[in-house]
Design a protein around this ligand. Structure first.
Ligand code: MN
Length: 437
């Protein structure tokens, strides 16, 4: 439920938070940063062009009560202890930080907080969470339909799609933070016309624009999370690039699904926008087309139907090495919306635990490629170029079927302005380089 922290009219005493930014007073996302390479990583909250150092704010005695319990969980070098706390403590911390940075802060508080702000330009962001397990879903029916049309034009969508959320267990060890260079993977691929596979660099490297959700709390083995409790386990969202080697994938995926075509790298954005901050941006899930089955009872709830989706606009920007050399800016190649997903994150959480599987604080669940029905809403090159049949023209005269070495891919996500306040996710960025020799 929205509260005072979401009031679009609230302004910070910190000017940069009131100018157009992904991180106004209403957002307050969590991240982990390092000022110098030899320094231990610290937990902070982004505000405008700065970061509030939560560990030092705790040392300065700025927290009390429930907010103190949550601030205690922020003195380490990852968000995991915070994710282990129940939602009320985290909300108390959000309320206190909003007041410390908001118009009601006293002169003494402003002076204390100002001394604890670090310019964002001076830091290196780290992975915010020590991710235990990573699961990638397939929650966009538009993505599933596009991919299905390429493989099975007669029956694009497999019969299980509208009943069961499809997913696979991903690899947590290779999840990296935005800015990490991505080495083109090598692997087995069956080249066109060949009778046997060869081993070498992927020729069909792709991105997948996705939303990630960090799990808070969790459940014990054998005790599923019911749908009406699932939202409590959603700590917050980030942007995810599920880098994919399509040629490796096409050769290896049957019968057990993706493996080395995905596990070489997954990039996450460094700032986690909390479910609390996103409360005003919950919208109804798209109505299921006539003839689609309703979700089975364990996945169905009025709350999810009415406000299970998030109104987040997602963008993909691409800049090649030649564009950089010529001083050309990145070009936007996709624009899609998280509200188009067929399954909500609480439905994914409930489904994941429905067999008794335990989720733990710090697990990462990704949505799957967030494509929409419009051509510009295709959120991978596989879909945008239709497996390379329609190359993407670029301002340099270059074209792309799949990613080349030197290409840089940037994702952005923003919620719509409500009464003047808008906010976003920052960036999820990765540059492709040649494989290590
Ligand atoms: Mn994916």
């Amino acid at each position: 439920v929205p509260d005072f922290t979401h009031d679009a009219a609230r302004r910070s005493w910190l000017d940069a938070a009131n100018r157009p930014t992904d991180f106004p007073l209403q957002n307050l996302p969590f991240g982990v940063f390092r000022v110098r390479d030899d320094e231990i990583a610290r937990v902070g909250i982004a505000i405008g062009d700065a970061i509030l150092d939560l560990g030092r704010a705790h040392e300065a005695g700025l927290f009390a009560g429930d907010a103190l319990a949550a601030a205690d969980a922020c003195v380490g070098h990852s968000l995991n202890p915070l994710l282990a706390l129940a939602r009320p403590a985290r909300q108390a911390l959000r309320h206190r930080v909003s007041r410390l940075l908001g118009p009601e802060a006293t002169g003494v508080e402003r002076e204390a907080v100002a001394a604890l702000l670090v310019p964002r330009a001076d830091v290196r962001m780290e992975l915010p969470v020590a991710i235990g397990d990573y699961t990638d879903f397939y929650a966009s029916i538009h993505h599933a339909t596009n991919v299905g049309r390429m493989l099975r034009p007669e029956h694009p969508l497999l019969p299980n799609y509208k009943w069961v959320p499809i997913g696979y267990h991903g690899r947590a060890s290779s999840v990296v933070v935005s800015g990490t260079e991505i080495a083109r993977p090598r692997g087995q691929r069956l080249l066109p016309g060949a009778e046997a596979p060869t081993f070498g660099p992927s020729g069909r490297l792709d991105y997948e624009l996705e939303i990630g959700a960090y799990v808070s709390g969790g459940n014990s083995l054998g005790h599923p999370i019911p749908i009406d409790r699932a939202r409590e386990h959603l700590f917050g969202l980030c942007l995810v690039n599920d880098w994919s080697a399509r040629d490796l994938q096409a050769w290896e995926y049957q019968p057990l699904g993706p493996f080395l075509s995905k596990s070489f790298a997954t990039t996450v954005s460094p700032w986690v926008v909390t479910a609390d901050a996103l409360e005003p941006y919950r919208v109804a899930m798209p109505p299921r087309p006539a003839g689609d089955p309703p979700p089975l009872p364990y996945l169905d709830s009025a709350q999810e139907r009415e406000a299970g989706a998030y109104d987040i606009a997602l963008e993909v920007w691409l800049r090649t090495a030649a564009m950089r050399a010529q001083g050309l800016p990145p070009v936007r190649v996709s624009l899609s919306h998280a509200r188009d997903l067929y399954w909500s994150f609480p439905q994914l959480i409930t489904h994941h635990t429905s067999n008794g599987c335990n989720l733990r604080p710090g697990d990462l669940l990704a949505s799957g490629t967030v494509s929409g029905s419009a051509p510009e809403a295709r959120a991978s090159l596989l879909e945008l170029t239709w497996q390379g049949a329609h190359p993407l023209p670029l301002p340099t005269g270059e074209q792309r079927r799949f990613l080349e070495d030197g290409d840089e891919v940037v994702f952005r996500g923003r919620v719509p302005a409500t009464g003047g306040a808008t906010m976003g996710f920052g960036e999820c960025r990765g540059l492709v380089r040649a494989p290590a020799s």
